[in-house]
Design a protein. Structure first.
Length: 836
């Protein structure tokens, strides 16, 4: 439909004749006209989006019910994926893709003079996560539904998700993300399945008539957990799984008792306190802040989820838990929900009177733990004192788990008291703390890392004593991402081109993308491949212009680093390289110079000074370069504000060069690296996390490798002398010279001194100076290759072709084969439709 008819239609009230069209059109009309009470599409497209979402939701609900009914009639094992974060992004297009409704939706929207793209843009991202860990959970849910596995996601329904980032004079400003403000059409509340979660109080001991001792947690302040279910559609397979998000509310009697006592304001205050629990997502990525509210969130999620599942069990099987491990697995997404280990013990011991050994056997054969980070500052430790006050009964249970565990340690290493101290769940010191990772390991039958190197570093380093004790518990599950969102949806032009070349089976069996490999040298494919990239780059040019005012040029090399801002991810190294390119331009060293646009994006934790300063440096450097007419033909730099899932959907299809430059040994896996690779970017990267597996899959000829190797690190750190390295490197000296001259901070002399000092510090953990020269060399190789477009395109195709193993479908199959062992449902279409 052309623009003119669009406008003409927009003014016309929607006529009842719409009802005569297909079912979907009728439903859309009904929701728009009756559910929402609208009769005109106004400029914002908001109501049309809501009506469309409700229309699609109807279809999801029908399939979800059919999926549930099928599962309820055939007893089966199920997985609960517990995560404090689910970074879902937008849901509309994903549902349309997975349900194969695009033609009908497009048709239905013509009656409103609208296009899907505009309507979809009205959806707020569900930003219930910080970064990698939360987005991984979202990709996993898509894969579980696509593989028809009975997996339910359990998380928190934060009122405020990840903050919105804007920039003021190059500084990050955080704004609250009230994403529920206009309602969330995808969720369905199930208040009848609410659970009570206990806090505070104390433990009383009594003996029953048989003389058996019982412990009861009394005088607690209870909070209600109300579930909201979000449907998760599989890819064109009629399966719809669920994500259950808990919202905290005050219990009724709480209000009443206070109210009756004449203390209305106090009652309201307590209500607020209860509702605070799920008010806001903590915006910390990789450093824990020890806030009490965070522990409350963790316990709230764990307790509500376990009670929910146990209540269903008891309803179906009574209080016999004998077979419970045959039917349930709890996968813990990092240590954040690891209090679940102690909570399941509490429920079995206190609520159902199981003896310790039986309860422990059940707990330790149903819990499985995934570790996502090696950074010591990210390892959660909660003060014993806090536990004692907030969760007194849980602390008792943790002490008992520890006492029994330390017996095992003593048996294994007789007389080695140091070993007992090292492995204890309780860290000694002036402020004793509970080590949550150790609790998770001791209580789980499986412990996994998220990339080969990461798992190796866990078993040889961080968790080596536990590995010595229980080697069979440890396993690797290299991360993956869903090719539905990260290729089919976000890059439809490339997806179509791939379909033309090798058919479309890759969408649900991504190993098939390997068939592209045979065509890497096909000249007519090259042309089309380049055209797709150019179109995608133009879309990013528009986004960057709109959001930052900076003009990118789609014919230049697009060099992109988007991820959380953290010292270990080394955005600083990248900006030093940008300064190096700028120096070359200023000095006229332009031989073989490949013009490039460098894009940065990412949020810094609000309290992370160095990360925030790095954002300022990037913006100051970008300003200097973008305002220098000499640089314009060669170099443009932008920092895209508010990087999120939706932004990545435009960024990764348009990227030529993917920056994965963390200090070796620090990035557990990375998943952005996989999204870029699928979309045909080449990677410049260190041998860190999943980069290693990426470089092996595509071959080192098709990957720009640089930097220190993991096995060299100890030695490098021992004698590290960055000042000497700088002095011996003409390029780095020149870069540091410009930076230290104040060129980028003329009105604020010492502004960037902390960053400069960190580079020059002998104890710089991130080894920025060490890797600089080899980084520049790898960048030169990339730049030179880009000038040979045919050679570049070959490698681009080879990258997509080799990305088959980085589908989260592969990852989830491995979780299922090695850890969960649940059955895919055999669901015939006819049955699904009948039930619907
Ligand atoms: C308690 C504060 C806190 C918050 C978040 C500590 C740690 C985290 C996460 C573990 C950080 C995170 O997202 N880790 C990332 O997980 C991804 C998925 O496995 C990996 O790809 C990334 O390498 C890893 O940094």
């Amino acid at each position: 439909m052309n623009k003119k008819t669009n406008l003409a239609k927009k003014k016309t009230p929607i006529s009842a004749s719409v009802i005569e069209n297909s079912d979907l059109s009728e439903d859309l009309y009904r929701h728009f006209y009756y559910t929402l009470g609208r009769d005109q599409v106004n400029k914002s497209q908001r109501y049309l989006y809501q009506a469309l979402a409700l229309t699609i939701r109807d279809r999801l609900v029908a399939k979800c019910r059919a999926t549930n009914q099928h599962r309820e009639t055939t007893p089966h094992k199920q997985v609960a994926y517990l995560s404090l974060e689910f970074l879902m992004g937008r849901a509309l297009n994903n549902a349309i893709l997975n349900l194969d409704l695009a033609p009908q939706v497009t048709q239905a929207l013509t009656h409103y003079g609208s296009e899907l793209e505009q309507v979809a843009a009205a959806e707020h991202d569900a930003g219930l996560g910080n970064g990698g860990l939360g987005r991984l959970a979202a990709c996993f849910l898509d894969s579980c539904a696509t593989l028809k596995l009975p997996v339910v996601g359990y998380g928190l329904r934060y009122e405020y998700g990840m903050f919105n980032q804007s920039l003021e004079q190059g500084r990050q400003i955080e704004q609250p993300d009230h994403w529920l403000h206009e309602g969330h059409p995808w969720e369905i509340a199930a208040p009848e399945q609410s659970q009570r979660v206990k806090f505070f109080g104390h433990v009383e001991v009594y003996k029953d008539k048989n003389g058996r001792e019982h412990r009861v947690w009394v005088n607690t302040q209870d909070v209600l957990a109300v579930p909201y279910d979000v449907p998760i559609p599989g890819y064109r397979n009629d399966v719809v799984n669920r994500l259950r998000l808990w919202k905290s509310e005050a219990t009724e009697e709480f209000d009443l008792s206070e109210f009756n006592a004449g203390s209305y304001p106090e009652a309201v205050a307590k209500k607020n306190q209860a509702e605070q629990i799920t008010m806001v997502l903590y915006p910390n990525d990789a450093s824990e802040n020890g806030k009490e509210l965070r522990l409350r969130q963790q316990y709230f999620l764990s307790s509500a989820t376990l009670q929910d599942i146990i209540a269903k069990w008891v309803k179906q099987y009574g209080e016999d838990f004998h077979n419970f491990p045959k039917f349930h697995v709890f996968q813990l997404n990092d240590t954040h929900p690891s209090i679940a280990v102690a909570e399941l013990m509490r429920i079995l011991l206190d609520d159902y009177q199981l003896d310790w050994d039986k309860a422990w056997q059940i707990t330790s054969s149903t819990m499985a733990y995934t570790n996502h980070t090696l950074l010591p500052e990210a390892l959660e430790k909660w003060p014993v004192r806090l536990f004692e006050r907030l969760l007194p009964r849980l602390l008792e249970i943790i002490y008992e788990i520890n006492a029994r565990f330390l017996q095992q340690v003593a048996t294994c290493w007789p007389g080695d008291t140091q070993k007992q101290r090292d492995m204890s769940l309780i860290e000694e010191g002036p402020e004793p703390k509970v080590r949550m990772a150790y609790l998770a390991i001791v209580g789980s039958y499986s412990v996994n890392g998220v990339a080969a190197l990461h798992t190796e570093l866990l078993t040889n380093g961080l968790f080596k004593d536990f590995y010595a004790l229980w080697p069979e518990r440890f396993n690797n599950k290299t991360n993956g991402v869903t090719p539905r969102r990260w290729l089919s949806h976000c890059n439809p032009k490339l997806a179509n081109l791939i379909n033309q070349q090798i058919g479309d089976e890759w969408v649900s069996d991504f190993s098939k993308v390997n068939a592209l490999r045979a065509k890497f040298d096909n000249k007519s494919l090259h042309k089309q491949w380049q055209q797709v990239k150019l179109d995608n780059k133009q879309a990013l040019v528009d986004l960057v212009k709109r959001e930052t005012g900076v003009e990118f040029d789609a014919t230049m090399l697009f060099d992109v680093q988007v991820k959380r801002i953290h010292e270990y991810k080394r955005q600083l190294l990248n900006i030093l390289h940008v300064i190096h390119l700028y120096e070359r331009i200023r000095e006229g060293e332009l031989e073989g110079f490949t013009p490039r646009c460098v894009l940065f994006g990412g949020k810094a934790a609000p309290g992370y000074f160095m990360a925030k300063l790095t954002i300022r440096l990037i913006n100051h450097v970008a300003d200097a370069i973008n305002n220098d007419p000499v640089a314009k033909p060669y170099l443009r730099v932008a920092f895209l504000p508010n990087y999120n899932v939706t932004a990545m959907e435009t960024i990764c299809p348009a990227t030529d060069l993917s920056e994965q430059i963390s200090t070796t040994g620090k990035e557990a896996s990375g998943t952005g690296n996989m999204k870029f690779m699928m979309n045909g970017a080449l990677t410049i990267g260190t041998l860190d996390g999943a980069n290693i597996e990426i470089s092996e899959a595509v071959g080192l000829d098709n990957f720009f490798l640089f930097g220190a190797k993991a096995e060299q690190l100890t030695q490098i750190r021992e004698h590290y002398n960055p000042n000497e390295i700088i002095a011996n490197s003409p390029n780095l000296s020149r870069v540091m010279g410009l930076l230290e001259s104040g060129h980028f901070n003329l009105f604020d002399p010492d502004l960037f001194q902390p960053l400069i000092n960190s580079i020059r510090d002998n104890h710089d953990q991130w080894l920025t100076a060490y890797d600089f020269d080899s980084y520049v060399k790898a960048q030169e190789d990339a730049a030179a290759l880009y000038q040979d477009q045919s050679a570049w395109t070959q490698k681009s195709i080879l990258n997509t072709a080799a990305s088959g193993m980085f589908s989260s479908d592969r990852t989830i199959s491995q979780y299922n084969n090695d850890i969960w062992q649940v059955q895919a449902i055999e669901f015939n279409k006819a049955q699904g439709e009948r039930n619907a």
